[in-house]
Design a protein around this ligand. Structure first.
Ligand code: FES
Length: 108
């Protein structure tokens, strides 16, 4: 099993590396606006929200798995998760152009 890869903040962007490629996506989760720069990249290369574990494809900005909870609750919420996933199809994360300079990822 691979350890999750940390994500960082670069201005209004969450930046990191997924499947060997640098990425930049907008920072606010489409569920309840958690800061995605505090998330992690999982073994599948998806960005995982730090609050309720929604997962995003960083190449497209699409949510690929809905939240596992809401507000202070963390746990299974199958119907709710599917509902959020459905509306998030229309609210993808923005994609920035990630550029690596001196070992640091910046966004153009
Ligand atoms: S705020 Fe991101 S999954 Fe809930």
């Amino acid at each position: 099993m691979t350890d999750p890869i940390p994500v960082h903040r670069e201005g209004n962007w969450a930046v990191g590396t997924s499947r060997g490629a640098d990425f930049a996506v907008s920072r606010r989760c489409r569920h309840q606006l958690a800061d995605l720069s505090k998330g992690r990249v999982d073994a599948d290369g998806c960005l995982v929200c730090p609050w309720h574990a929604s997962r995003y494809d960083v190449r497209t900005g699409a949510m690929v798995d809905g939240p596992q909870g809401f507000f202070g609750y963390r746990g299974p919420t199958p119907g709710y998760s599917a509902l959020v996933l459905a509306y998030a199809r229309h609210l993808r994360l923005r994609i920035g152009r990630a550029v690596r300079r001196g070992g640091r990822i910046t966004v153009e």
